[in-house]
Design a protein. Structure first.
Length: 66
């Protein structure tokens, strides 16, 4: 079962576009957001983020999930 806070973090990322900004708006640390999003991907068994050097964005699946 996926925790509700992970969905909130994903929705916030979709709105703000970065883990740092998401963390700032949710009043948590950036590493907490990073770990949470990795946990969400593992729990769902899908890739939600396209990770590139110095850039992260939602995949089409991530956009639908958000």
């Amino acid at each position: 079962m996926v925790d509700n806070y992970l969905w909130q973090e994903l929705a916030a990322f979709a709105k703000y576009g970065t883990f740092a900004r998401t963390a700032e708006k949710l009043h948590i640390t950036q590493p907490t957001v990073t770990r949470g999003m990795q946990k969400l991907e593992n729990d769902l068994g899908v890739q939600l983020f396209a990770r590139q050097p110095n850039r992260i964005s939602l995949t089409k699946t991530g956009e639908l999930a958000a």
